[in-house]
Write a protein that binds this ligand. Structure first.
Ligand code: SF4
Ligand code: SF4
Length: 231
């Protein structure tokens, strides 16, 4: 029906408009929602109701887990005294191929004998060109590139500051678990499942009983649970 979309849109706007005043009334007896710490915490959470003014940058609203900004590269946990651990990226180049605006450059590492090494020597993303589509993270077969939550990247430098190199892009896996716990858990379960399936195939070839069905079922169930929570 013509105009149905407009009516739905207006209804959502009206809902937020009314919720703003209801929320004002709810906090009235507790000192008002604009001037007390408890109300501020609620406003900064996903429970915040109605239209609100945020005094950025002093106040910041939390971003949802699915929020995506410029990508970063995942590494293992760093050893003592190190800033990053082993790269998860194998330098396969898939992310650079699927990136619609072609803003990823990768240079593969080389072994001493000149053969290619499955890790990047150099990795650059031009964040002025990146449109935060997330395709690189979707297509990476190694969970090695993820979308970040850090959106405060503006700078006065118009030359190289917005070309992020491997050092700038690398962050340990614990960072990903912190900003996207449900997604990280679902991915870890999927990796467990694939690992167990490979082990089972190998054991079967060797004629041994696999004995891994239950662990595989468990990994699959965990993955489904976390995916269900996420989507
Ligand atoms: S797709 Fe993943 S593993 Fe391949 S180059 Fe990109 S980040 Fe590295
Ligand atoms: S988020 Fe999209 S535009 Fe940005 S680097 Fe990844 S694929 Fe390219």
């Amino acid at each position: 029906m013509y105009g149905l979309g407009i009516i739905k849109g207006m209804a959502i706007t009206m809902k937020h408009f009314v919720a703003t005043y209801l929320d004002d009334l709810r906090w009235l007896t507790n000192g008002g929602r604009y001037y007390n710490d408890e109300a501020l915490l609620v406003r900064q959470s996903l429970k915040g109701q109605g239209a609100i003014t945020v005094f950025y940058p002093e106040e910041k609203l939390p971003v949802p887990e699915r929020f995506r900004f410029v990508p970063f590269l995942v590494t293992d946990e760093p050893a003592a005294g190190q800033q990053w651990g082993q790269d998860w990226c194998t330098s396969c180049g898939i992310c650079a191929k699927v990136c619609p605006p072609q803003c990823i450059w990768i240079e593969r590492g080389k072994q001493p004998n000149g053969r290619p090494k499955p890790e990047p020597e150099k990795f650059f993303i031009d964040i002025d060109i990146c449109m935060n589509c997330g395709l690189c993270a979707e297509f990476c077969p190694f969970d090695a590139i993820k979308m970040d939550h850090d959106y405060e990247l503006a700078s006065y430098d118009r030359t190289t500051a917005h070309i992020h190199d491997k050092e700038r892009l690398s962050k340990p896996i614990s960072y990903w678990r912190e900003i996207a716990p449900k997604k990280a858990e679902a991915e870890a379960s999927a990796r467990d499942f694939v690992k167990l399936a490979k082990e089972r195939r190998k054991n079967k070839k060797g004629g041994e009983a696999s004995g891994q069905e239950e662990r595989m079922e468990e990994a699959k169930a965990r993955q489904l649970v976390y995916r269900g929570k996420l989507y």
